[in-house]
Design a protein around this ligand. Structure first.
Ligand code: CTP
Ligand code: CA
Length: 220
């Protein structure tokens, strides 16, 4: 008899991961986006898969995805919201590593806009996907990220509470050697119950493994 629970502790678990920076279309050839590469989310999806989870990756990034991971490609925050919402009920864990655009154009032009001397683009807030899922949460474990340039602890704890999530993985995006669009990251993981956990500067697959280890502990 082979007992796989040690090497594959996430077997039978469904994990939904989001990745990448969403693109909010202004017109057919222009959009608003951010510096997220998608690497952190993709590394987390892979780390969860290696521990036996059934992984769905909702990604706004062009990065390649392992064939054992179910990939759903999206572009905008609204598309990402719809894909997360459609899958939320059945999953055990949601990890929102995506850098979701906070704003989207009020209207999207169907034709390429012609240049003029001045242009204002009216923006409206996008849906907060993580917060919406926090409100719906039943059995699901929720993990959010916090991209901050200052007051990291204060803002991370605020997000933990206001979004009703189990963990916030906070990273300092003011540093060029880590975080957005870098190979490496250094994060502090906040939760309601435990002391913050520092994962010191290492490559994103190592960071991903540590995040997955914490989730495995939490799932018991
Ligand atoms: N998030 C989300 N939907 C949004 C914006 C953010 O689900 N419309 C998620 C991110 O994926 C991340 C967490 O919320 O897991 C925190 O994102 P962050 O940008 O750090 O915080 P915001 O809540 O957007 O607040 P602010 O940008 O003002 O700090
Ligand atoms: Ca934001």
């Amino acid at each position: 008899i082979i007992n796989q629970s040690d090497s594959l502790p996430l077997q039978g678990k469904q994990i939904l991961v989001t990745a990448g920076g969403t693109k909010e279309r202004i017109d057919p050839v222009r959009y608003i986006s951010n510096d997220s590469s998608g690497r952190m989310g993709h590394a987390i999806a892979e780390a969860a898969m290696k521990k036996g989870a059934e992984v769905i990756l909702i990604t706004a990034s062009e990065l390649a995805v392992h064939s054992q991971i179910k990939q759903i490609k999206v572009e905008s925050a609204q598309e990402m919201y719809e894909a997360v919402d459609a899958n939320f009920e059945n999953i055990n864990v949601l990890i929102m590593a995506a850098a979701v655009s906070d704003y989207t154009p009020v209207k999207q032009e169907n034709h390429k806009m012609k240049k003029k001397d001045e242009l204002s683009i009216e923006l409206k807030k996008t849906k907060d996907i993580l917060k919406e899922m926090g409100q719906k949460k039943a059995h699901q474990l929720l993990v959010g990220f916090a991209a901050e340039t200052d007051n990291i602890e204060e803002y991370a704890l605020k997000k933990l509470k206001e979004k009703n999530v189990d963990f916030i993985v906070a990273n300092d995006v003011s540093r060029r050697d880590r975080g957005f669009n870098s190979n490496d990251n250094e994060v502090i993981i906040y939760s309601k119950q435990d002391d913050p956990v520092l994962i010191s500067l290492s490559d994103k697959s190592r960071i991903a493994e540590r995040i997955i280890e914490l989730i495995i502990e939490q799932l018991g």
